[in-house]
Each structure stands twice: as structure tokens, then as C-alpha cells.
Design a protein around this ligand. Structure first.
Ligand code: FES
Length: 79
């Protein structure tokens, strides 16, 4: 699968809730970053599920270059 379109230059911090599932946008075209809004329809992309193992703030990747999806690994800083 190819990389999604860059949707931002920094991660988005979200207070996730233990046991809840989130669907990270992999295509980069969602207007509800970092989450899927269905805009990927008709493409090769599908959202990546993330289930929170505890309630905490996590930083979701928006540049779509992370090697640890859906979380930010600092790849947005690599030029
Ligand atoms: Fe991007 Fe669904 S809108 S994966």
C-alpha cells in the first residue's frame, strides 16, 4: 500500500478512552484528521483501527509518514 497524502505537519493529541476504538485516516484526505471520515472510498486506502488500552492522551500522526501507525514517531520532522 502506498503512503497517504500528507495531512499535517504535526501530530494531533487526542484524549482517548480505555476500550474505545478509533479509526485513523491512512489516505490523508479526511477533513476530520486524524480520523477517517469516509473520504477514502474508491481508493486503495482503508482506515487503521486503534483500540485504546487505557485512557490517556495519545498523539496521532497526520503526516502519514510514521513507521508506528497510527501514532506519531517524529517522522514529520524528516525533510
Ligand atoms: Fe482517509 Fe478514510 S478518509 S482512510
Amino acid at each position: 500500500m502506498s503512503k497517504g497524502k500528507r495531512a499535517g505537519d504535526a501530530p494531533i493529541g487526542v484524549d482517548v478512552i480505555e476500550g474505545k476504538s478509533y479509526y485513523w485516516c491512512t489516505c490523508g484526505t479526511s477533513s476530520k484528521q486524524p480520523f477517517c471520515d469516509g473520504s477514502h472510498k474508491g481508493t486503495e486506502f482503508v482506515p487503521l483501527p486503534y483500540k485504546a488500552d487505557q485512557s490517556k492522551k495519545v498523539f496521532f500522526c497526520t503526516c502519514k509518514l510514521t513507521k508506528d501507525p497510527p501514532l506519531c514517531d517524529g517522522s514529520h520532522n524528516v525533510k
